[in-house]
Design a protein around this ligand. Structure first.
Ligand code: FAD
Length: 334
């Protein structure tokens, strides 16, 4: 079991900044995120876009901001469970919490901070026969560990950035890669599309444009994917694994079942400290709501700072909190 002071649900920019603010007050954090990487919306939706309203940066690319935040929190040695969705919260007799994830990770903490943004990003599933039959072992809606596909035969489906980027990357890892797209052009970045066309020309991948998915086929393991082309002919693509990358849509998920006061998919908080209606549970960033809320990164940073000042009393009930500037105290690593 993981023991920590604060369990942060969501490793987006706001969850990451909460680690920094908590670290200044000597509180340790464990973060859990359903996505395989940190960075929330910034890394998942718009990593290459410039952001113009982060104080001190006239412009900074979204992924660069996340990379900088990871450097900033490194002295406080946060721990992470990535690719795992938080499912349950269980209050303990002493008021602390046991948080459990979908892979069975158990985190014992004094305080729970929900920094879940828009909620869990859930995969958009393709409409293809037999999907559920192979879903557990052979269908992957995100690539958590590329090594899983080493020397395997894989079929990737989709026409956006994820499908293009993973096709390019896995072309050097898998035994055979087929990219299937229902249209004859891609939505993703033109330079990624160009790389995919080049790989296809060099015979390094198999590119099937204007093909529709029909069925996953195999006896116990997945063996092939049946497709149909523009001329309505059946085509078969061999596959050990199927990776449909049709994007992710956010859902509040299990958080909605925990007895928190929720208004239009957001958690109501007290703006004094961003506490929720349940003691020791806070909500910061895009996931909360209050009069005047602005869903901006900088609002979440402010909320993280105030939340930590309030959470301190649960982690160190015997101590009085004294506020100090970082210019005075510095950043004292754990
Ligand atoms: C295209 C675009 C452009 C934007 N531009 C700007 C801008 O210029 N300036 C600005 O300030 N803001 C901008 N925003 C908004 C900004 O991205 C959000 O305000 C910010 O991401 C909120 O951060 P967060 O940490 O609260 O949530 P998120 O970034 O959404 O991160 C939340 C994380 O929680 C995880 N999570 C949720 N539920 C669970 C669960 N049950 N278990 C495990 N993990 C869970 C999610 O997977 C996610 O990674 C933009 C947004 C978009 C989409």
């Amino acid at each position: 079991m993981i023991q920590t002071d604060i369990c942060i649900i969501g490793a987006g920019p706001v969850g990451l900044f909460a680690v920094f603010e908590a670290g200044l007050l000597k509180m340790r954090c464990h973060l859990i995120d359903v996505l395989p990487q940190v960075g929330g919306q910034l890394s998942e939706i718009y990593p290459h876009k410039p952001i113009y309203d982060i104080p001190g940066y006239p412009t900074i690319k979204a992924q660069e901001l996340i990379d900088n935040q990871m450097l900033q929190i490194a002295p406080f040695k946060p721990t992470f469970s990535l690719g795992e969705r938080v499912e349950h919260l269980e209050k303990q007799e002493d008021g602390s919490y046991l948080v459990t994830g979908s892979d069975g990770t158990a985190i014992h903490c004094q305080v729970v901070v929900i920094a879940g943004g828009l909620g869990c990003f859930e995969p958009r599933k393709p409409d293809v026969f037999n999907l559920s039959l192979f879903e557990k072992a052979h269908v992957h809606y995100m690539v958590k560990d590329p090594e899983k596909f080493r020397d395997k035969t894989i079929v990737i489906a989709g026409g956006g950035d994820s499908a293009l980027d993973w096709t390019v990357f896995l072309a050097n890892v898998a035994k055979q890669v087929t990219l299937v797209h229902r249209s004859d052009s891609f939505r993703g970045a033109p330079d990624s599309a160009e790389k995919v066309y080049e790989l296809a020309q060099q015979g390094k991948i198999n590119l099937l444009l204007s093909h529709n998915l029909m069925a996953l086929e195999g006896t116990s393991a997945l063996q092939q994917i049946r497709l149909i082309n523009k001329a309505k002919e059946e085509v078969f693509a061999p596959a050990d694994h199927f990776i449909p990358l049709y994007g992710l849509s956010p859902k509040l998920g299990p958080i909605a079942e925990w007895g928190l006061t929720i208004d239009k998919n957001a958690i109501e908080v007290n703006t004094f400290d961003y506490s929720t209606n349940i003691e020791r549970i806070y909500a910061i960033g895009d996931i909360n709501t209050y009069p005047g809320k602005l869903k901006l990164i900088l609002s979440g940073y402010h909320e993280a700072a105030l939340m930590c000042q309030s959470a301190f009393k649960y982690v160190y009930p015997e101590q009085k909190l004294s506020f100090k500037y970082t210019t005075v105290n510095g950043v004292n690593a754990f």
